[in-house]
Design a protein around this ligand. Sequence first.
Ligand code: XMP
Length: 525
Amino acid sequence: RILILDYGSQVTQLIARRVREAGVYCEIHPGDVDSAFIESQQGLKGIILSGSHASAYHEDSLKVPAKVFEAGVPVLGICYGMQSMALQLGGKVEWSDHREFGYAEVRARGHTRLLDGLEDFSTTEGHGMLKVWMSHGDKVTQLPPGFKLMASTDSCPIAGMADEERHFYAVQFHPEVTHTTQGQALLSRFVNEICGCAGDWNMPDYVAEAVANIRAQVGTDEVILGLSGGVDSSVAAALIHKAIGDQLTCVFVDHGLLRLNEGEQVMKTLGDHFGMKIVHIDATDQFMGKLAGVADPEAKRKIIGREFVEVFQAEAGKLSNARWLAQGTIYPDVIESAGAKTGKAVAIKSHHNVGGLPETLNLKLLEPLRELFKDEVRKLGVALGLPPAMVYRHPFPGPGLGVRILGEVKKEYADLLRRADAIFIEELRKTEDPISGKNWYDLTAQAFAVFLPVKSVGVMGDGRTYDYVVALRAVQTTDFMTADWAELPYALLKKVSGRIINEVRGINRVTYDVSSKPPATIEWE
Ligand code: XMP
């Protein structure tokens, strides 16, 4: 196993995900675990130190436990992890006024087991170059004794260092993000070759482990799960159903903010096909009533979350043995809601399926997908036998169209948006990209329409119109932590815009969102 010590970076789970992708079991623990904990790790093969938004030389910053460097296993430090390694082993770290953020090109120096042969291109002098993603202010300015220079950039002369005798490696850039193109290769090299982990851990192993964990956790208790219609809650339901069968009751709350025909599809697939117990509740009026007059995104999320809790509690009350509330919370929800287990990351948005639920419930929380990224959830869904059309459906946020109608939510807006969205999705599915042979729905990770409650002037036939605007959003990403807007063909955009304006009375203008994440998020609220 590989131990990942977390110092609070937004992307620590990405390290875990890359290690899993290399077929190796790993666990994330807080960066300040004690020596006894490290000693107790059975079959420990290597340790990875994450990044952080903190400064390694600040007094109150977490120190890497000394035991890490005495455990006799290879250690890889990333960003803050590198700076801490440098400081604690006798090197120097300095604050720099030149903050580096984003794309950088790193030159590999010297020959190290970690970087040898890894390159994106080479310079005319024959130096191997890596395209990487950097995000740091501080930097290492003096190597600790025993270390040699492994990589450098113009503004960061020590961008990587290695002590190959002790198998300590460190990089200033982030190999865990997809923008570092050789990142997976680098982390695989570390865990498979340098740490000597076989790489035979896979999704069926994960299913077996997860099923065993769920059984051990809930015993003979009954569990209720909130089905949202999205991929996550469906996969969570399938996993829990596999573990405990009819001890699971799904509550499918239609808040009136679902996509077109979504309710019927969910009932057909999970209910009829999978044989799960599903209680289907139409709570549209209740949700709309509570959302009336509320424009603030966070307030809307909280209201939707709270109403869910109410409906659940009412249902749970009918199941006398229900002790658990299961949810399809996945890792990006956790981290963006104020920080993972270690609680060190900075809050961005509160996702409705995480924020505040346990306190108001008499139910314990069961979240079997908490450690996984979206694409891992999909692979898990396939391994569980869910239909690919459902598993490869674009993700849909728990608050549904509630966060895609900007400002106040009204049923009238939701009805317009649903129809515009369905047209967009239908055309994406129908339009094939001649180069890849795939349709644009499959070529994008998430695509949807957003309702803008502003009116603009248009002309239709002989008449003037004064109607609402819809924005189309389509992104490409694998981890949903970063995303690029999709370069959809103009002909497709033209078709979609023409159809929406002609078919959805009340919308007379369509725009396309060309913002990437970061700095924008995928959803507009
Ligand atoms: P953002 O907008 O933060 O979204 O870039 C990242 C991914 O998370 C989804 N998302 C949510 N999912 N509850 C959810 O279950 C939420 O409140 C929520 N907000 C965003 C979003 O659709 C995207 O896939």
